[in-house]
Design a binder for this molecule. Sequence first.
Ligand code: DX5
Ligand code: ZN
Length: 221
Amino acid sequence: MAGMLSPSVMCADLLNLQNEIEELDSLGVEFLHIDFMDNKFVPNITFDTNMVKSFKRPMKNIRRDIHLMAFEPQQFFDAMEISKGDMVSVHFEACEDVNSVLAEIRSRGASPCLAISPDTPVNVVKDFMSEVDAFLLMTVYPGFAGQPMAPGSMDRLAELRSIVDECGRDIKIEVDGHVSWDHCAEMRENGADIFVAGSSSVYGKQYPLDEAVKMFYRLVK
Ligand code: DX5
Ligand code: ZN
C-alpha cells in the first residue's frame, strides 16, 4: 500500500482554509491533520473545538485526522462532533485511562489512534494493540511546527514497525513532526504509512500546494 498524506492544517494559509481543503480533497489527499492544543499538555493553542468541527463542512473524500494534544481529550469529542470517518489521535501521556478514551472514539464510529511523544518508550504501545487502528509517532516534541526532528526518531520508527508487524493486525503508523523533503523517503523505508506534512515539506512555501503534494507522493509511494 502506498504512503498516505495528512497535511498539517496549522501550517496552511489560515486566511484561505476552505480553498486549501477543497484543493487537497480534489488532489485525492487521504487526510487533513488538525492539531488541537489545550495550552496545558503543550504550551500552545491552535484551533478551538468549533473550528475543528467546521473543517468537516467542505470535505468530500478527505478525512479529518484530529491530533489532540490535550489532557483528558474525551471532554472535547462532543464539541468536535467526532464521528464515522474521523481518525482521532490521543496522547498516551495525557489520558488517565487510555483504554476508555480509545473505546470512546471507537463507539463514535471513528478510528482510534494512540500518539506517543519522543520521551515515551515505544514499547508502551504493546498494551493497546487491539484497541487502535493506528499509532502516531511524534518525531518532534509536540506543540509547535518548524522544529528539528527529535533524536533517535528513525530508530523509534523502526522499533514501532517491528512491534506492529509482529502483532499481525493491520495497524497503520503515522509520523508527525519535521516530516521533511529530506526525511520522508527514509521514514517510508523505516515503516511509516501516513505522513503529517507541515512546514518542513508540503507547507514549506517552496512549491505551489498541488505540485508539493504530487512531489511528496512520489517520494513515499
Ligand atoms: C507539532 C504538530 C505537527 C507540525 C508539523 O506538534 O503536531 O503537525 O505542525 O509541522 P512541521 O513539518 O513544521 O514539523
Ligand atoms: Zn500533529
